[in-house]
Each structure stands twice: as structure tokens, then as C-alpha cells.
Design a protein. Structure first.
Length: 137
């Protein structure tokens, strides 16, 4: 008789997580933040000028918005012992709830090919940062 009770308790214990799992999975699918920004792994630096193009993926709501980028490249990635540091001007973004490809450009700073720290921020509040690789062309 004791074996039968233990078997029934084990079956009830297994049945509970299986019944809960589908409800939890269904509740979390399709949930995304209203505003988000991510930075591509690579940025393009034109050696003919001093323009650094940083690729972003931006999602926001409210019709329109702006995103800004800051890039800091440290010695010895850049030959300048003080490093290279620059900001983009605010770049316009269509904010219709869809993820959009946006390129932010930093002008007037002498970067070099190599690693750099990039930070991006939507003026509506979402922000991110990551290490990127600058490709010089």
C-alpha cells in the first residue's frame, strides 16, 4: 500500500510542472520592449575623410525620434596616446514599432582600424553599449 501512495505522489509532482509550462511559454512569446537600440559589430571608417559610420538597429514608438552614438577608441588601437573620442549628431529615426536599420555618422575624429567602445542612446531613453571593430577603408 505504501508503494502505491508514493507512486501517486510522484505522478502528481510530475504532472504539475507540465501543466504550468505551456501557460508560461505562451505568456512570454511576442513580448518586446517598446523602445530598444542595438549596435552592429563593425563600423566603417573612410580614410579619405574623417567619417565613422556606425550601424544600429532601432525600435521605438511615437512617430519619430532621435538616436545618438558615442565611440571611444583607446591607445594603442589608435596611434594617438590620448585616444580618439567622438559623438554623432542626433540621427532621425522612424518610430512605428518596427525595427529599423539606422546609420549614425561621427565626423571630424581621426579613428583607426581596430577595437573601440561604442555607446548608443535613443533620446526616448533606451541605450546600449558594446565593443565594436572599426574597419578602415
Amino acid at each position: 500500500m505504501k508503494k502505491l501512495l508514493i507512486g501517486a505522489a510522484a505522478a502528481a509532482t510530475v504532472a504539475v510542472p507540465l501543466a504550468v509550462a505551456p501557460a508560461v511559454a505562451g505568456a512570454s512569446s511576442g513580448t518586446y520592449p517598446a523602445n530598444s537600440v542595438s549596435i552592429g559589430a563593425y563600423a566603417d571608417y573612410g580614410l579619405n575623410g574623417t567619417n565613422l559610420d556606425v550601424d544600429l538597429q532601432v525600435r521605438c514608438t511615437g512617430g519619430s525620434g532621435f538616436v545618438e552614438v558615442q565611440v571611444d577608441q583607446y591607445y594603442p588601437e589608435t596611434p594617438n596616446p590620448a585616444g580618439a573620442h567622438g559623438f554623432s549628431t542626433p540621427t532621425a529615426v522612424v518610430c512605428d514599432g518596427r525595427t529599423r536599420h539606422v546609420t549614425a555618422t561621427i565626423v571630424g575624429v581621426v579613428f583607426d582600424g581596430g577595437r573601440a567602445k561604442a555607446k548608443a542612446a535613443l533620446l526616448s531613453g533606451a541605450s546600449t553599449e558594446r565593443w565594436i571593430t572599426i574597419l578602415a577603408h
